[in-house]
Design a protein around this ligand. Structure first.
Ligand code: AMP
Length: 429
């Protein structure tokens, strides 16, 4: 019996690598989401919400068979209808699918879309790296001009700056196109020669599937070999070189400081030409706040028209971690209504309803508690005002408004109390 009781009392924990976002942290999340939407709106992006569940094939084809994401990290299963499905590990293939499937090119003035939502990767969890995490994803289709690369990168930097994150660094590179990249890949293989055998297992696999991704390797012992490898910039064809120079001219015109890193190839197969990341100094080992680049063949590869694309994804968990300490967002309780005496409860509830309708954040107690315990709760709620409604107030059609910070109180007519509080609140914030 004792064992059975114990078993029924066992607490069921959340899954490793997933997190509950609790009320005290939610303020910070709401700030990141509000700024994200506001920035996207101002740069002309339309919001799209795609399902978290998609066909496995979309990512095998879109993200790339050779990537760690597809090979090791996807949550894939066969559903009851026998279909191979997966929880999306990233947003870009879904965004491309939606763009193609619904002909968004015709529907929108510019094919600029964004999305916010959870992604799933079976990675080794640590601070800033989770199995369920959230991204802001931004994509533009149909524009090859480097002016859009410049604008997308400027928007990413503006987003980080508006969040108040001071220590971010912008890193860029060009990985070339289908014309010049194979020459670079071959140069990497030639330079590696026999030293391939000395690299880690992952790198030996990368050599066969996508040699550029050797630059993603974090294994310490591999670094001396990797440091000696050729740089992508030296193998760019003339149009790619000119495109990269033009992107940099745009960044300079915007006054955006940046570092060129030949190692920035990014872990996905679909990138062409521009790649970029924003690194945040204070997030720990997992310090990439956002990353993206150009993908000129993905739309066609996924069955759509031949349209170039560029975009980025920002990790919301990492942005929340990187926010300045003092960040607070709304959610301050305006008033706590206290009913003094049994006769006041109905009037108190109607007062709370009317104030809420007027736009104030209002709390009220239940279960007919004593006025003393209501006041205790009012203190705990950190409301700006306590609104007291007793027999006297009812008779005079008034409410006693007590400012919690100063303990000063005054009577206000019941019919004007909402307007009064709104005015006071506007003056205080
Ligand atoms: P990616 O889709 O891999 O290019 O990543 C884009 C951004 O998403 C990164 O810069 C991170 O901020 C974030 N991110 C990627 N993977 C994770 C993860 N497992 N946990 C938390 N954030 C992540």
């Amino acid at each position: 019996m004792a064992a059975a009781t114990q078993r029924t009392k066992r607490v069921i924990h959340g899954i490793r690598g997933t997190r509950d976002i609790l009320p005290l942290e939610v303020d910070r999340w709401r700030r990141v989401e509000r700024v994200a939407r506001s920035v996207c709106d101002r740069y002309g992006y339309a919001e799209v919400r795609t399902p978290v569940i998609e066909r496995e094939e979309l990512f095998a084809k879109g993200t790339g068979e050779s990537t760690d994401i597809v090979q090791k990290e996807m949550y894939v299963f066969t559903d009851k209808g026998g279909e191979r499905v997966t929880l999306r590990p990233e947003a870009t293939p879904s965004m491309v699918r939606a763009f193609v499937e619904h002909g968004l090119e015709q529907a929108l003035p510019f094919a600029k879309i964004y999305s916010l939502g959870p992604m799933f990767r079976y990675e080794r969890p640590q601070k800033g790296r989770y199995r369920q995490f959230h991204q802001l994803d931004v994509e533009v289709f149909g524009i090859s001009d480097p002016a859009i690369d410049g604008e997308v990168i400027e928007m990413a930097a503006a987003f980080i700056a508006e969040l108040g994150i001071q220590t971010a660094e912008l890193v860029i590179n060009s990985v070339g196109c289908t014309g010049c990249r194979p020459r670079f890949s071959q140069a990497l293989l030639d330079a590696l020669g026999k030293t391939v055998q000395d690299l880690c297992g992952d790198c030996q696999r990368r050599v066969k599937t996508n040699p550029l991704r050797i630059f993603d390797c974090k294994v310490q012992a591999d670094q001396p070999i990797i440091e000696e490898l050729p740089h992508s910039e030296d193998f760019l064809c003339d149009p790619c070189r000119e495109h990269f120079a033009e992107v940099r001219r745009h960044l300079e015109a915007y006054g955006l400081q940046h570092r060129v890193s030949h190692r920035l190839v990014r872990g996905l197969d679909y990138y062409t030409r521009t790649t970029f990341e924003v690194l945040g100094g204070e997030v720990g080992a997992q310090n990439a706040l956002l990353g993206g680049g150009r993908y000129d063949h993905l739309v066609k590869h996924l069955g759509g028209p031949d349209r170039p694309g560029i975009g980025f994804a920002a990790g919301l968990e990492r942005l929340v971690l990187a926010l300045p300490e003092e960040t607070r967002e709304g959610n301050v309780v305006d008033a706590f209504v206290v009913a003094m005496g049994e006769a006041s409860w109905t009037a108190a509830r109607l007062l709370a309803r009317d104030l809420r309708r007027a736009g104030l954040i209002v709390l009220i107690d239940y279960e007919g508690r004593s006025s003393k315990s209501q006041m205790k709760r009012a203190n705990r709620s950190r409301a700006r005002w306590m609104l007291i409604l007793g027999e006297d107030e009812l008779a005079r059609e008034q409410v006693t408004v007590k400012e919690m910070a100063t303990s000063q109180q005054h009577a206000v007519g019941r019919d004007i109390v909402a307007t009064e509080l709104l005015k006071l609140r506007a003056r205080q914030t």
